[in-house]
Design a protein around this ligand. Structure first.
Ligand code: DAH
Length: 342
């Protein structure tokens, strides 16, 4: 009987083909050619009909054994090929997470905002509210109610950006004082940060657009001592306990008496240098007791109430805080500068 021969021939051929095989699809084709409906082993099974009844069981057993063995071989090969293809795919699709690439820029808070946040924290912790006012302002609030007469130099067209005869870009945040007094009843405690505008040159200490933080306190029995204490607390909060605060008599139409406040120079700590022009001090704000005339104009009885006000230059105190010597750095958006405040 040539069944054995046929089986071993089919078996050998299968093993040989399996050996050379390197793709899953080819393996599938081979499986169909041997075990499929028209496959060579299936043909042997069909051929059993021609065998004698005595020969049949033995032949059936042999064919089934061969079938099992071949099925096992095919399965093993299939596992091996699947594994290999998976590995190849993983290799191809691998992502190198260490490969350098452009990362999205992570921003940081601008130094002026860092300082502004500190200032607002400081004053809100002393009971102040934060107020706001318009940047395009009526002459009435920007000048008139602040006792700045028609012929005052601050009104000079060289300093003020006029929108029309009655409207300006606010030259300071002080108009918010007038707006607040007209809209609220004392006691009043507000700070108002904001942008202000002056027809100025651009240089290391000047810009046509800059920032102020206005402060206003109105209550019964408010004194110059309260003003000094408040500003002293502010200076120490921002610059530490060693900072010195100096009040210099000055003049503003909306305060009487008025003062300008200097802090020890960040650069020379009071010895005198180029930054402080040899004085050892840097001016950071104007302040004073609110002029009774202003109180009256804004509907507050100066016989009952008194108050103080101040206007801080935000750029100044930021430069002082970080030792920045040129104001333009604050506006240029140069990342090399800004990144230092991360
Ligand atoms: N408005 C003044 C300026 O821009 C600054 C100032 C001085 C504000 C004295 C005040 C003050 O509230 O009391 O120069």
């Amino acid at each position: 009987m040539d069944i054995r021969e046929n089986l071993s021939r089919i078996g050998e051929e299968l093993e040989k083909e399996l050996h050379d095989l390197d793709a899953l699809q080819a393996l599938e084709n081979l499986k169909v050619r041997v075990l499929g409906k028209k496959g060579s082993l299936t043909a042997l099974l069909r051929g059993m009909g021609q065998l004698s009844p005595e020969e049949r069981p033995k032949a059936g057993q042999l064919i089934n054994e061969a079938r099992e063995k071949m099925t096992r071989l095919l399965e093993d090969k299939q596992k091996e090929l699947a594994e290999r293809e998976k590995e190849a795919r993983l290799k191809k699709e691998a992502i190198d997470v260490t490969e350098p690439r452009d990362l999205p820029l992570i921003g940081c808070v601008h130094p002026m905002n860092l300082v502004l946040n500190q200032v607002l924290d400081c004053f809100t912790s002393m009971g102040f509210d934060v107020a706001e006012g318009p940047e395009v302002e009526l002459d009435h609030y920007n000048f008139e109610l602040l006792n700045i007469p028609k012929n005052h130099p601050a009104r000079d067209a060289q300093d003020t950006f006029y929108i029309d005869d009655n409207t300006v870009l606010r030259t300071h945040t002080s108009p918010v004082q007038a707006r607040t007094m007209l809209s609220r009843k004392p006691p009043i405690r507000i700070v108002c940060p904001g942008r202000v505008f002056r027809a100025d040159e651009v240089d290391a200490t000047h810009s046509p657009v800059f920032h102020q933080i206005e402060g206003l306190v109105i209550d019964k029995d408010v004194t110059m001592g309260d003003l000094k204490g408040t500003l002293d607390a502010f200076a120490k909060r921002l610059y530490g306990p060693d900072i010195e605060v100096r009040f210099r008599p000055s003049f503003f139409p909306f305060t009487e008496p008025s003062a300008e406040v200097d802090l020890t120079c960040f650069n020379c700590h009071g010895k005198g240098c180029r930054v402080c022009k040899g004085t050892g001090w840097i001016e950071v704000l104007g302040c004073g007791m609110v002029n009774p005339k202003v109180l009256s104009m804004c509907g507050i009885d100066p016989d009952v109430y008194s108050g103080f006000a101040f206007g801080i230059g935000l750029e100044r105190i930021t430069m002082l805080r970080y030792g920045i010597q040129d104001m333009r750095l604050l506006y240029e958006g140069d990342l090399r500068f800004l990144r230092q405040f991360r």
